[in-house]
Every structure is written in C-alpha cells, then in structure tokens.
Design a protein around this ligand. Structure first.
Ligand SMILES: [Zn+2]
Length: 379
C-alpha cells in the first residue's frame, strides 16, 4: 500500500528491532506511542513531544467522534490538519472506550448501541461506522472494531466476544477504502490460549498488514499475558508489526519486547504524572511524599529530560501540591521521556545483540532500593 512498509532490521532472541514507514514519517520499533486521547497529550505541547523523541501519537476515536465530531475534524484536514501534529497518528476503533465509558450499551452482531458520556446522546457504532469515522479522522494506522470483554469475564462471554471480533474484522476489512491508511486486526481471546490461537488464525485469513493484541490491559494476571504472547509469537506473521494495546509499565514493555512485540501505548506515564507519580530509573516516586519537601535533587538524577535538567523534587512537589498546571506538564514530560528513552535503548541493545543483558539490568534497577528506603512509593 502506498507509503507504507515494515521491516525487521535486527533480532535478538525473540526481540525485534525494525522500521515502520508511514505517509507521515518513519517509526523505529519497538516504539512507545504517547496517548493523545482528544488529539492532544494532556498538558504537553507538540513541540515538547518532538523534543523528547515522540514519533507517533495515539488518538481515541470514541472521544473525537463525540467531541468535536469526525465531520468537524475532516473539514479541517483530518487529525494532522486539525491538531498540527505532522508525524504519524494511530487511532483506536472506539470499541474499548465504548465498553469502558459509555452508558446503556447493547451489543449484538450489528454493533454497539450506547449513550455518550458527554451529553447522553444515543449512538450506534458498527464496524463500518468505526472505519468511516477513522477514515475521516485520517490517522496513518487505524484499528479494526473489536469487542473487548472485561478481564474477569467467564470463558463463555470471552468466546462470544472472540467470535464477534472475527466477524467484525471481516466487515472492517470490507469497509476499509483509504489507500493511505493501514488497517490492523485485533486478536482477542482473554487468557485462553486456544481462543487466542483461533482468533489469530481467523484474523490472519483476512491478511492484515499488522496485528494488535487486545484485551490484555484489563486486569488479568501478568503470567496470563506472558503466556498469551508466548503462544502468539510463533503464530503471527514474522514480517508484520505487532502492537500490544494499552500495556503498561516500563517492566511490562521490556518483558513484552522480549516476546516479540513492536508497538505499545499506555496512559500510565501521562495519567500517573498528572497524579504526581513519577517513573524513575530506580523505581517510582510520589510527589505527595513529604520527604521530598526540601529535596534539591532532580526527580531522576540519571535523567537528561528538560524537567530533570531544570527542576528539583522540592519545586515539582510544591507545584503539584499547589495545583499548578505546570506540575502536570513537567511530570508528564519526564515520564514520557523515560519511556521513550528506555525504548531507544531497547532498540540499540537489540541491534547490538545485548537486549537480554539490558532488560535484566534495567529490571533490577527499576526494583532498586536507594539510601532513603524504597524508591518505589506505593501507587
Ligand atoms: Zn527526567
């Protein structure tokens, strides 16, 4: 398809480094995509995102279709024209948010009926409608409309959602028109390995250019996720990108790269930053903790991000406790920088065939204890 390619350029064990080319630029993989729910990463300017190395943003179809509406965005040049972000965008299908945010939903094979969490207005989202909205939004990568059951669902509902996801994936494939968008399929099946395998095989019949693994950020045990990724790794086409949706902590990213994943998104670094929780190379740090009141050190002494170069823990804690808007901005810039920096080092270590060494050492340090006691404050 015009303007798109993906190539695995290095392997180390099952970890892969690669290059994903889109009409709006290249993405070195493994890559982390900051979440820009409403067309913006909360609290951070595009300029700062570029400076800290963000290459691709995720935007949420559900939020944008309700406000300001996909017609408005289309009339202003799609997401790129509307937001001014000229790099690649990925939009989700709207499915995940419909299932987690909207009220009064009714699901059948046609689609999902729901009421907007913004104004209560009724909507019907179908596979065809999701693809139409995503075509208007104009992201480079768009996602098939899937049913994402809750993590504690019984096997019956998960099996039903997996069946429906395959049905809907075919309808998405048929509705997809834009040659300048890549449509990825989403594998469902909870932590049931046989359902995951069935889902992957049914989607692969539709020959998507990339495959996402959905339904693994919904509270399932971590071992369950690892087993699913272990099962899918040899099944999914080796030459196509794999995207693990909604996961996770830096530890989760390292463990999933080790299982052959190329793309990630997660609200953790941005949401936690707004709540005053920083990720550091030696564990987590909560700005609410009184022991940082007069701490002159930067949030993460090993970090070279714009926040850590100019800001003390004491000042950042003060801004956070005072409800200053810049607290969210400074903390988010740091957390995203850390995620993007780790992914850069992951890519480098794969190219040097030292990924396992890097992963072990980074995991050990993330769990470290410093001289003040545990660096990791409970979330
Ligand atoms: Zn920093």
């Amino acid at each position: 398809m015009a303007g798109f390619s993906f190539e695995v350029t290095a392997r180390d064990g099952r970890a892969r480094a690669g290059r994903l080319v889109t009409p709006h630029g290249e993405i070195e993989t493994p890559a982390f995509m900051p979440v820009g729910t409403a067309g913006a990463v909360k609290g951070v300017l595009h300029r700062d995102l570029r400076e800290i190395g963000a290459r691709v943003l995720l935007a949420n179809t559900y939020h944008l279709m309700l406000r300001p509406g996909d017609a408005v965005i289309a009339s202003l040049g799609g997401l790129h024209g509307f937001t001014g972000w000229d790099g690649p965008f990925l939009t989700d299908s709207g499915g995940y948010q419909v299932f987690s945010l909207a009220a009064l939903r009714r699901i059948d094979d046609e689609g999902v009926r729901f009421r907007s969490h913004v104004d209560g207005s009724p909507h019907l989202l179908t596979p065809e409608r999701s693809i139409e909205i995503q075509a208007r939004l104009g992201a480079d990568i768009v996602m098939a409309f899937d049913e994402c059951p809750p993590g504690d669902a019984a096997r019956g509902p998960i099996e039903e959602a997996t069946r429906r996801t395959s049905l809907w994936a075919r309808r998405c494939r048929n509705a997809h028109r834009r040659a300048d968008q890549w449509l990825f399929g989403i594998v469902q099946g909870g932590t049931h390995l046989d359902l995951r395998e069935r889902s992957a095989r049914e989607l692969m019949e539709l020959d998507f250019p990339g495959y996402a693994v959905g339904g693994l950020s919904v509270g399932e045990p971590r071992e369950g996720r690892d087993l699913v990724l272990d099962r899918l790794d040899p099944l999914l086409p080796a030459g196509r990108p794999r995207y693990l949706m909604g996961v996770g902590t830096p530890e989760d990213l390292l463990d999933s790269v080790a299982r052959g994943i190329d793309l990630f998104d997660c609200v953790l670094p941005t949401r936690n930053a707004r709540n005053g929780q920083l990720f550091t190379r030696t564990g987590r740090l909560s700005l609410r903790n009184a022991r940082y009141r007069d701490d002159p050190r930067p949030p993460d002494p090993e970090c070279s991000c714009p926040t850590c170069r100019t800001t003390s823990r004491a000042y950042l804690r003060h801004l956070h406790m005072s409800g200053e808007l810049t607290a969210a901005t400074l903390a988010t810039v740091h957390n995203l920088f850390l995620y993007l920096d780790i992914m850069g080092k992951v890519r480098q270590s794969i190219r040097l065939c030292r990924f396992e060494e890097y992963r072990r050492e980074t995991l050990r340090r993330l769990a470290a204890v410093d001289e003040d006691g545990p660096a990791c404050d409970a979330p």
